[in-house]
Design a protein around this ligand. Structure first.
Ligand SMILES: [Zn+2]
Length: 195
């Protein structure tokens, strides 16, 4: 396998080219494939540390486009204003769903389990849990949202790798949709693993 580093793209993600293909891949997606043994395919490989350059697999999680957007909003990477609850144009939860989510949080269910039950991304549930969404509803149901144990402002994993300067979110186009790494990467990674 011949991997050629191609610097950073305009979003701050590391780029790699795997010879002999001309195609370029995002380095963190290849790191994910090597660490977890599967192609992220159509899913986003999101960064808990919010550092696009980071290739530490323990800082990554798989998400849909909706998860990725909710995560960006939760971490303040997009303009979200101060709209809350059903007035929020980004809200994917109806009040009835939010009420159910609060009940399940109170019952001790995890964000992932609740998200699965309500068929929404777990990041939306996380926002309720920490009081960034539906705070008044939570309080009216006797649930006091607890701030995240991670750094209070961002909720992001601390990453030692220094993040490069990237364009502020307002000036960025939406991130391009993920593309599957495909058979070439899978074959070259498998070959490297068995070498
Ligand atoms: Zn990181």
């Amino acid at each position: 396998m011949l991997a050629l580093a191609r610097g950073l793209d305009s979003y701050g993600y590391g780029r790699l080219r795997i010879a002999p293909s001309r195609a370029q891949y995002r380095a963190h997606r290849i790191s994910y494939r090597i660490a977890f043994g599967k192609d992220p395919g159509e899913l986003y490989v999101c960064h808990k540390c919010d550092n696009p350059q980071c290739c530490n697999p323990s800082h990554m999680f798989l998400g849909t486009a909706a998860d990725n957007n909710a995560d960006k909003i939760a971490k303040g990477r997009t303009r979200s204003g101060d709209h809350t609850g059903a007035n929020n144009g980004n809200a994917k939860l109806t009040e009835a769903m939010a009420r159910r989510a609060v009940e399940l949080i109170q019952a001790g269910k995890t964000n992932v389990a609740i998200g699965r039950e309500l068929a929404v991304g777990h990041s939306l549930i996380s926002r309720i849990r920490v009081g960034r969404s539906w705070r008044d509803l939570s309080l009216s149901m006797g649930y006091e949202p607890k701030a995240s144990k991670q750094s209070p402002k961002s909720g992001r994993t601390k990453c030692k790798l220094r993040a490069p300067p990237v364009r502020p979110p307002d000036q960025r186009r939406d991130q391009t949709a993920p593309i599957s790494l495909g058979p070439l990467i899978s074959a070259t990674v498998a070959e490297a693993e068995h070498a």
